[in-house]
Design a protein around this ligand. Structure first.
Ligand SMILES: Cc1ncc(C[n+]2csc(CCOP(=O)(O)OP(=O)(O)O)c2C)c(N)n1
Ligand SMILES: [Mg+2]
Length: 291
């Protein structure tokens, strides 16, 4: 196991994490993202903890073994780009970036403070953030444009977008799905955090998405369907996605909202509600960091 402090992991001359963390290290990274998310949202009395816990493994795998980036040089021209389209999951996004080395973990304490750049929705200006998000349905259209730009400039960098399932209610996504397939953007990967819950109810009751796989395939995408909490399965899917030729890839990552904290798992409540002191302590205890 790596040290809980990812800053201590051996890095190359550019401050990068080792190119590929192993499965145990990826799980440890995901756990660190979850613990930080709990603490940040508790401290700021903010929202969207369930959303953050849902995507921790996806973020760990993307930053731990898939994406190419240099934390000491966040705007390195050849970096892979990630758009976190479910921008309400800001705590997990900032925690991932801190764990990946873009900034000291201490900076996460700024989350939700007045006039801090660490706003409650993913905000450009935080080291490593490509684009501000939060208004759902914009991330994939932006990622698609970036992927087309990379293609046209013959650049080798890839584009990833992390979307939520409720977010697919936004019609703009479907225009982007159509556009990306039309242009054969095989440098684009969309990861859909498919937890089955949106703000107020289940996806099924709010606006049915199924059959999602068939819909995406009919739009011309390659589709991979995986357990979104199994780091090995995620890694294999994302490796396959980046090796895809001729078509963009969608990874349907089946997740549980609130994953890792039993009393939050699968509950709509924790979309908005921050944990109180006792709930925070119980959550951190269960995640294994102690207090
Ligand atoms: C355009 C737009 N409409 C409404 C909202 C308010 N809102 C915030 S999160 C959310 C849905 C959350 O569910 P989901 O998209 O499935 O994300 P999850 O938290 O489950 O990953 C909504 C409707 C928003 N951010 N943007
Ligand atoms: Mg959802």
């Amino acid at each position: 196991m790596i040290d809980r402090d990812m800053q201590a992991v051996g890095r190359d001359d550019y401050g990068n994490l080792p190119t590929a963390l192993d499965d145990a290290q990826l799980r440890e990274l995901a756990r660190a993202i979850r613990v930080e998310s709990v603490r940040m949202i508790h401290r700021a009395r903010s929202s969207h903890l369930g959303s953050c816990l849902s995507m921790a493994d996806i973020m760990a795998v993307l930053y731990g073994c898939i994406m190419r980036f240099r934390p000491a040089d966040p705007t390195w021209a050849d970096r892979d780009r990630l758009i976190v389209s479910k921008g309400h999951a800001a705590a997990a996004t900032y925690a991932t970036l801190a764990e990946a080395g873009f900034m000291p973990r201490k900076r996460l304490e700024e989350f939700g403070r007045d006039s801090s750049v660490f706003a409650g929705h993913v905000t450009h200006g935080v080291p490593g953030v490509e684009v501000s998000t939060g208004s759902l349905g914009h991330g994939l259209p932006i990622a698609t444009g970036m992927a087309l730009a990379a293609r046209r400039s013959r650049a080798a960098w890839r584009v990833f977008a992390v979307l939520s399932d409720g977010e697919l209610d936004e019609g703009s996504n479907w225009e982007a799905f159509m556009f990306a397939a039309h242009h054969g953007l095989d440098n684009l990967t969309a990861v859909i955090d498919y937890n089955g819950i949106q703000s107020l109810d289940t996806v099924e009751k709010t606006l049915r998405l199924e059959p999602l796989r068939a819909k995406l395939e009919s739009f011309g995408w390659r589709v991979l369907d995986v357990d979104g909490h199994d780091v090995r399965a995620l890694r294999q899917a994302l490796d396959r996605a980046t090796a895809s030729t001729g078509r963009p890839t969608a990874v349907i990552a089946r997740t549980i909202k609130g994953k890792g904290v039993r009393f939050m798992e699968g509950k709509v409540l924790w979309h908005y509600r921050p944990p109180d002191d006792a709930e925070m302590a119980a959550a951190v205890d269960e995640l294994g960091a102690g207090e």
